[in-house]
Design a protein around this ligand. Structure first.
Ligand code: MEV
Length: 440
């Protein structure tokens, strides 16, 4: 039976490893060996990674792949993707190549507004709070000058602070709903620092105000935090082509194929069970680029899923139409991304990923990420309405199964060739592997 540990964070890395191995694993030596095998031999680089978080014991690798041939607004990109799922990079590459021959992706950034809120409770008449707020509004900005001056020099800063009465939803609940322009920074630290300053000013000015001195009203700050819901930080990505250009194989006509895609998207529009999986496929592409470029994929996930439910029911993030013989497939999503600050200047692979993307601005990155999501969805829906998803998935998964079985390089080559003409299932791979072993 394990007991709680005091002062774990103060132990050395070796001590932490020894403790976790002894307390929670059956073979301490093996645990220690695995953890150390993933240490980087370059001590400076390892130290950098150790210091990203607390209590680091080793590194956790994800493959970093490249999906080439993405033509976006007439510029050709090779997109770095960090992801563990075997078919994602292959699917993205296939979709990129498909659309490369059909004019590529067209994208636009619609807006770039970030949001943060000071949540507070106030007991009293709203009108009185409103006139107090109007009085102190300039001071809220004034007191935050030290935080905002550099951002303002670059053309960003606070764009609005509004008082919102939320008492219909929760008794005595109000907020300062604030919007920001953070340019190439994701802006979390900037926004949170501004909000905490607004809260401080609000509290102090309330305490000093003669209007409230004699009376019963109370104002209590609950919290100050940015919102990951950014419905006005939107980007749109689109592909389109005349229907006849969709013809790639002889199994279905181009018209038939286009209609099947439109129908699949319509289903994801109206059926939440399908929409969640449909959007999960989109996030395969989005998260992989977000992660490779050192951005916060949890924030992006939260914001995008909330956006998918903005009309009251969870729905598809992509759209498809056929009009006047033109097939159109597009996505519109909120993406609060940064290409400066955070990990972007710190993690060598993140820096490299950004360099591969030609050092994009945050707006450029929004467009690239939206394209990765759209491409991924096109690839998934295309497989789903034609061959089914398993054909491609299992082909990619074949190598994982062979590695699990401990197949030699020679066996892998033979079996990959064998499964070019046979259906890949877990049991079929095991059977083929066993029969190869028996022959050898
Ligand atoms: C698997 O990771 C993603 C898919 O399920 C997406 C979809 O169904 O559209 C293939």
């Amino acid at each position: 039976m394990n007991t709680p540990i005091e002062g774990f964070s103060k132990l050395t890395k070796e001590e932490k490893i020894a403790w976790i191995a002894k307390s929670y694993t059956t073979n301490s030596n093996e645990t220690i060996a695995i953890l150390k095998r993933y240490w980087n031999t370059d001590e400076t680089l390892q130290k950098l990674h150790d210091e990203f978080i607390e209590n680091t014991i080793t590194n956790y690798y994800l493959p970093l792949g490249i999906a080439p041939n993405f033509l976006i607004n007439d510029t050709l990109y090779a997109i770095p993707m960090a992801i563990e799922e075997s078919s994602v990079v292959a699917a993205a590459s296939k979709a990129a190549k498909f659309w490369l021959k059909r004019g590529g992706f067209k994208t636009t950034v619609i807006n770039t507004e970030k949001v943060g809120q000071v949540h507070f409770m106030y007991t009293g008449a709203f009108e009185k709070l409103e006139s107090f707020f109007n009085l102190i509004a300039p001071k809220l900005k004034e007191d935050a000058k030290d935080i905002t001056k550099n951002m303002e020099k670059r053309g960003g800063g606070i764009t609005a602070i509004t008082l919102r009465n939320k008492t219909a939803e929760l008794e005595n609940y109000y907020q300062l709903h604030c919007t920001f322009e953070t340019l190439d920074a994701m802006g979390a630290n900037f926004i949170n620092s501004c909000l905490e300053q607004f809260a401080e000013t609000l509290k102090n000015e309330f305490a000093k105000s003669p209007e409230f001195k004699e009376h019963e009203e109370q104002l209590e700050i609950v919290m100050s935090i940015l919102s990951n819901y950014v419905p006005n930080c939107l980007v749109r990505a689109e592909v389109s082509c005349p229907i006849e250009q969709l013809n790639e194989d002889n199994n279905s006509t181009a018209q038939d194929f286009a209609e099947k895609i439109v129908r699949a998207v319509q289903i994801a529009k109206v059926e939440p069970y399908r929409a969640v999986t449909h959007n999960k496929g989109i996030m395969n592409g989005i998260d992989a680029v977000v992660l490779a470029t050192g951005n916060d994929f949890r924030a992006i996930e939260a914001g995008i899923h909330a956006y998918a439910a903005k009309d009251g029911s969870y729905s598809s993030l992509t759209n498809a139409s056929i009009e006047n013989g033109i097939f159109k497939f597009w996505i519109e999503i909120p993406l609060a991304l940064g290409t400066v600050g955070g990990l972007t200047g710190l993690h060598p692979l993140v820096k490299l990923a950004l360099e591969i993307l030609q050092n994009p601005s945050a707006k450029d990155l929004m467009q690239i990420v939206a394209v990765a999501g759209l491409a991924q969805n096109f690839a998934a829906v295309r497989s789903l309405v034609t061959t089914g998803i398993q054909q491609g998935h299992m082909k990619m998964h074949l190598m994982n199964i062979l590695n699990q079985l401990g197949a030699s390089e020679g066996d892998k080559k033979t079996l990959v060739h064998h499964f070019k003409h046979n259906t890949v299932t877990h049991s079929a791979v095991i059977a083929a592997y066993n029969s190869l072993q028996e022959k050898e």
